[in-house]
Structures are given as structure tokens and as C-alpha cells.
Ligand binder design. Structure first.
Ligand code: NAP
Length: 281
């Protein structure tokens, strides 16, 4: 299952995150196995970054993807300390080696840089796009005004902006979602359940109710809520190291919430009205 962006690219709506993968060598086999099972379950977008476990997360992704490279929409990211024009190319070349591939589907600037002018980084991203090392380019953690700036600097080539979004973290709705829709930029939601179903967070009653009605887990409902029709079309990146969590999450692909359920969830998790704040590294 994939949705087609207005730019004509097919993107899987539900992807697998890999933050913290590769940090403990003892978990390597399980991490490779769960990613591979996720691809087989239809979670064919994989999100990684050069910064995750100092590149070892990318190596785990390589082992999981193996001969399925053509079925996977692969995303990785350059850390802002490597945001100079030449550094972007160098970082991506190293990522490609670790990933065992000649190209990524999407290459993102991980966070705004506090030191490197945005124009330099955007020139570096356009370079890798033009060399065919990345099929698409984008940014991450960009509030609306900065996204507009990136869009202008790349002649409209920013394909996606990856930001924190979920039932309990709705800041992108304040301004960013409308701006992204206008610029034809996809939005990718990260940490979609961490702030809704963390170990110390009691399961919200409405969420539990809706989950029971569909015989799915609260996590599946939290993910399906992001995939609802809305101003911007979201791609969701969720991380599961456990197979049981993966199975819960995959159920979101077949789950459609009714207007009444969306309305109940909206009231149970009201948006704060606050905008995404700018953080740079
Ligand atoms: N661009 C950025 O700056 C940025 C920042 C943060 C994250 N990301 C990306 O987005 C991905 C997802 O975000 P995230 O890892 O922060 O948070 P997340 O996916 O919202 O949550 C992951 C946590 O939730 C647990 N979990 C997974 N499925 C569950 C389920 N069905 N029920 C209950 N708990 C479940 C996981 O446990 P187990 O692992 O034990 O299964 C893990 O502890 C990251 O891995 C990364 O690829 C990007």
C-alpha cells in the first residue's frame, strides 16, 4: 500500500524508525529481523540517520533490506555539524557505503544548523539530488517559516519535512500543515506514539475505547489517526524493536476511523495551538 504525492512519487504511508538500533551489539539480530518482518508486513519505508549509533543503525538497515532494496523507500539524514556544501556529499557517500546501496530515496537535513547558512546546506542537497545519489531531498524539524526559506533556496525541491507529530504533540497543525500543503511538501510524523503510550503514560480512555471497538491496539489507533484525511498528507515513522509492537502497528494500515471517532479523539487530545519551535544544533 502506498499513496502517491502530488509530485507523482509513491510513498508508503507507514514506515519503520531505527533510532537506538545499533547501540547494543547483543540486539543486532533481533533488530535486523524485526525490520525485515516489517518490510514483509508492508512497512516499506525505513528511516535512519548517520547520527543513529554513529552509523551502526544504517548498517542494520543494510542487513535487513538485503535483496529487497527495490521494495523499500529508504530515508537517511545528515547531522547539522556536516551541513556545509561539501560535507553533505561526504556524509551521504559514507551513509551509502554503510547502507550498501547506490542511492537513497530521501535525504534529509536532520535539524536546522546553528552554524552553517541554510543556503549552503540546500546547495549541498541539490548537488546530491542532481548526482542521483538521492531521489528526493528534504529537511527535518523545520518550522513553517524556515521550510518556506528552504523551499525558496531549492527552487521548490523540498520533498518532505520530518517533524514530531502525534495525538499528544499536535504543534505542526498550528501553521506548518497548511504551509506544507501549499508548498507541496510531504510531512513525516516522528515519535508518533512515544508521547501517547509511553511506559509512564496511562492509556487514554477514549483511545482505549476506539481500539476496543476495532479490536486493535491503542497504538494502531494513534497511528491511524495521523493517517486520517487532513490538510497535509502524513507519512508516519514508528519504531518497534519488539515483534508484538510491530504487529500492533501494522494493523494501522487496515484501519479507517469514522468521523465520530476522529471527533472524539480530537476532543480527548486537544491541540495546544502552539507552533513548532525552532531548535538548531
Ligand atoms: N527527525 C528527527 O529528529 C527524529 C527524532 C526522533 C525520531 N525520529 C525517527 O522516528 C522514529 C520513531 O520515533 P521514536 O522512535 O522517537 O518514537 P515512537 O516510534 O513513537 O516510539 C517508540 C517507542 O514506542 C514503543 N512502541 C512501539 N510500538 C508500540 C506499540 N504498538 N505499543 C506500545 N509501545 C510501542 C517502542 O518499543 P520497542 O522498541 O521496545 O518495541 C519504543 O519504546 C525514530 O526511530 C526515528 O527513526 C526522527
Amino acid at each position: 500500500m502506498a499513496w502517491t504525492t502530488t509530485r507523482g512519487t509513491e510513498v508508503p504511508p507507514l514506515g519503520q524508525g531505527t533510532w537506538r538500533f545499533g547501540e547494543d551489539a547483543a540486539h543486532r539480530t533481533e533488530e535486523v529481523d524485526v525490520l525485515r518482518a516489517g518490510i514483509e508486513a508492508g512497512l516499506t519505508l525505513i528511516d535512519t540517520a548517520e547520527a543513529y549509533a554513529e552509523g551502526r543503525s544504517e548498517e542494520i538497515v543494510r542487513d535487513a533490506v538485503g535483496d529487497l532494496r527495490d521494495q523499500v523507500f529508504l530515508t537517511t539524514k545528515v547531522w547539522p555539524s556536516h551541513a556545509g556544501r561539501e560535507d553533505v556529499l561526504r556524509s551521504l557517500s559514507q551513509s551509502l557505503k554503510r547502507l550498501g546501496t547506490d542511492w537513497v530515496d530521501l535525504y534529509l537535513l536532520h535539524w536546522p544548523s546553528a552554524k552553517t547558512p541554510l543556503a549552503e546546506t540546500m546547495a549541498g542537497l541539490v548537488d546530491v539530488l542532481e548526482r542521483g545519489l538521492a531521489r528526493h531531498i528534504g529537511v527535518s524539524n523545520f518550522p513553517a517559516a524556515l521550510l518556506e526559506e528552504a523551499h525558496r533556496l531549492t527552487d521548490g525541491r523540498i520533498f518532505a519535512n520530518q517533524v514530531r507529530y502525534g495525538l499528544a504533540t499536535r504543534e505542526p497543525e498550528a501553521t506548518l500543515a497548511d504551509v506544507a500543503a501549499r508548498l507541496d511538501t510531504s510531512l513525516m510524523a516522528y515519535s508518533p506514539i512515544r508521547h501517547v503510550l509511553g511506559p509512564d503514560i496511562p492509556v487514554n480512555g477514549v483511545l482505549a475505547d476506539v481500539a476496543r471497538a476495532h479490536d486493535v491496539s491503542p497504538a494502531a489507533v494513534a497511528l491511524a489517526w495521523i493517517l486520517r484525511p487532513a490538510a497535509a498528507r502524513w507519512v508516519v515513522v514508528v519504531k518497534a524493536a519488539r515483534r508484538a509492537h510491530l504487529a500492533d502497528n501494522a494493523a494501522a494500515l487496515g484501519l479507517t476511523l469514522s468521523a465520530a471517532e476522529l471527533d472524539r479523539l480530537d476532543r480527548a487530545f486537544p491541540a495546544s495551538g502552539e507552533d513548532l519551535t525552532l531548535q538548531a544544533f
